[in-house]
Ligand binder design. Structure first.
Ligand code: HEC
Length: 119
C-alpha cells in the first residue's frame, strides 16, 4: 500500500464517518444516497421509524396546517415515504430538516437505515 492510498482511505473514512455502512461501501460516490439496508438491522429500523414519526411526521402529516402537510409532503403515508426516501434522507443529512436543527448521528443513521430498508 502506498502512502497516497493510505491517505485517501483515511480522508474517505473521515468524510463518511457519519454515514456508516451504505455510504462507506460506496465511498467516493453519492454521499447523500440512501445506501444499503443492512442485514439484521431490525432494531435500527424500529429506531428509525420512531425518528421519522417524532422528528418528521409531526409536521409532515395531513393535519399540520388546516389539512395540508408541511411542504405538501405527507410522511404518514408509507407510499409517500418510500417514494421520497432519498430526498428525505438528503434533507436530513444536509441538516435542512428538521428545521429545528440537524438530527444527531445516531438518529440520522437510524433514519437512513429505515428509509433504505423501505426500498
Ligand atoms: C417543524 C416542522 C417540520 C419538521 C419537524 C420537518 N419538516 Fe420537512 N418541511 C417543513 C416545511 C414547512 C417544509 C416546506 C418549506 C421548506 O422547504 O422549508 C418542509 C419541506 C420538506 C421537504 C421538501 C424540501 C424541498 O426543498 O422541497 C422534505 C423532503 C422534508 N421537509 C423532509 C423532512 C424530513 C425527512 C424531516 C425529519 C427528519 C422533516 N422534514 C421534518 C416542516 C418540517
Amino acid at each position: 500500500m502506498s502512502t497516497l492510498t493510505d491517505k485517501k482511505m483515511l480522508v474517505c473514512l473521515l468524510s463518511f464517518s457519519q454515514a456508516a455502512f451504505g455510504a462507506l461501501a460506496g465511498c467516493g460516490s453519492d454521499s447523500e444516497g440512501l445506501g444499503t439496508c443492512p442485514t439484521d438491522s431490525s432494531a435500527q429500523q424500529t429506531a428509525g421509524q420512531s425518528v421519522l414519526t417524532n422528528s418528521c411526521t409531526v409536521c409532515h402529516n395531513p393535519n399540520y396546517a388546516n389539512g395540508t402537510p408541511a411542504g405538501g409532503y405527507d410522511f404518514s403515508s408509507a407510499d409517500e415515504v418510500r417514494a421520497e426516501a432519498a430526498e428525505m434522507y438528503g434533507e436530513a443529512a444536509a441538516g435542512a430538516m428538521p428545521p429545528t436543527g440537524k438530527l444527531n448521528e445516531t438518529d440520522l443513521e437510524a433514519l437512513r437505515v429505515y428509509l433504505a430498508c423501505t426500498q
